[in-house]
Write a protein that binds this ligand. Structure first.
Ligand SMILES: NC(=O)c1ccc[n+]([C@@H]2O[C@H](COP(=O)([O-])OP(=O)(O)OC[C@H]3O[C@@H](n4cnc5c(N)ncnc54)[C@H](O)[C@@H]3O)[C@@H](O)[C@H]2O)c1
Length: 250
């Protein structure tokens, strides 16, 4: 089996109802993986599930900020598959408010969805990841972990936390004999339904700010996630993969 194959791998993706998560689910399924799709948007999950090639996929309603939801979802994964090979902590959300307009509730919500989620998910999944013998966690961070954009205060703080948490988890897994690699991925501007909804002018301005002259397609982020999760990345651990059309290179 080629090292980049995901045939027979059990892969769980949060925020899988649309955008990067949905594109990643399709890419894994095309490689022969069996998917566990998780989101709060059950209607969206149903649509993604219906479009996946292969069989044995499941969808679970999971609020990534809720410890009890994680426990219930992982109990289902354990009962069905007895292991988990890949966890993609992808669900995330931010607003575009200056820190001076950010309320404590905004702050807590954004930190919870983007950062608490990664800790809760990684810990809840760990017993099943350990059973894989060759597992990977990919945490979806952002270029906002590295460079500032207007209105990215709590979001940047959370995404930088995701990057550092990934490194700590990678080191602690390796040093405690757990065969679980942990990496983060840092997308630049991605052309998702959200960016399309922001209008043509805003999209064009974003595209023009990127050296490659365009936003990423969700499939281009999915490709990075599949690489980090694959056996081809067997010595890639505790690092962050930037996929941004050279945005942070200038
Ligand atoms: N789109 C971009 O330009 C971009 C750039 C860098 C990083 N990212 C990151 O990529 C990830 C995916 O972004 P996207 O653009 O595909 O977003 P999206 O809004 O298209 O999809 C996010 C999904 O997460 C789900 N979600 C939100 N809160 C949740 C919760 N509490 N529990 C479970 N699911 C929840 C939503 O229902 C949605 O299906 C996020 O972590 C985001 O921060 C996106």
């Amino acid at each position: 089996m080629p090292a980049d194959s995901h045939a027979d791998r059990i892969v769980m993706i949060t925020g899988a109802a649309k955008g990067i998560g949905a594109a990643t689910a399709l890419a894994f399924a095309r490689e022969g993986a069996t998917l566990v799709l998780a989101d709060i948007d059950t209607e969206g999950l149903g649509a993604v599930l219906a479009g996946l090639p292969g069989s044995g996929h499941m969808a679970v309603r999971l609020d990534v900020t809720a410890e009890a939801d994680w426990a219930a979802a992982m109990a289902r994964v354990g009962a069905t598959h007895g292991r988990l090979d890949v966890l993609v902590n992808n669900a995330g959300w931010g607003n575009l408010r200056s820190i001076f307009d950010t309320t404590p509730d905004d702050w807590r919500r954004i930190i919870a969805i983007n950062l608490d989620s990664v800790f809760l998910g990684t810990m809840a999944a760990m017993p099943w990841l350990e059973k894989s013998g060759d597992a990977a966690v990919v945490n979806v961070s952002s270029i906002r972990a590295r460079v500032v954009g207007f209105g990215s205060g709590p979001y940047s703080a959370a995404k930088a936390g995701v990057e550092m948490f990934s490194k700590v988890a990678a080191v602690e897994c390796a040093q405690t004999g757990r065969r679980v690699r942990v990496n983060s991925i840092h997308p630049g501007f991605v052309d998702t339904p959200l960016s399309k909804a922001q209008g043509e002018e805003a999209r064009a301005a974003r595209a023009a700010s990127v050296p490659q002259g365009r936003m990423a397609e969700p499939e281009e982020i999915a490709a990075g996630i599949l690489f980090l999760a694959s056996r081809a990345a067997s010595y890639v651990n505790g690092t962050g993969l930037v996929v941004d059309g050279a945005f942070t290179a200038v």
